[in-house]
Write a protein that binds this ligand. Sequence first.
Ligand code: DQA
Length: 150
Amino acid sequence: MISILVLNGPNLNMLGKREPHIYGSQTLADITAKLENVAQELGVKIEHKQSNFEGELVETIQQAMGVHDGLVINPAAFTHYSYAIRDAIASTGIPTIEVHISNVHAREEFRQISVIAPIAVGQITGLGADGYEWALRTLVRRLSTAKAQS
Ligand code: DQA
């Protein structure tokens, strides 16, 4: 069974309370519950983790090697400067989609840079919490096609 790791970075545990005019009113638990339903519909397994610590995110990504087939990640503020997270993703070779709830390109200049995007399959930004669902669906479709062709 295809297995996808869903990783959320710093301050995303504050969703629901955190700047709701930017990030919406859904909590991280609401988002993960919805993703669980989508995973069930698609017949795949997902594992969720949130951390406020860069090193913990790096270790979680390293440990995903050989365990998970795809990664959906919202690296939050680390998106804009964490070469350590970028290198961890690149080392695993796991197909990755970067998600942002807000439209980072319509915000401050520092948010318009992603050091992760160049090594990701793609980036979804500005679609609100739905972005996680589209990332999951796209990854699963790509992984299923790749499996069928191998
Ligand atoms: C975010 C955008 C980042 O710039 C910010 O630091 C976050 C959340 C988003 O989901 O829109 O924490 O990744």
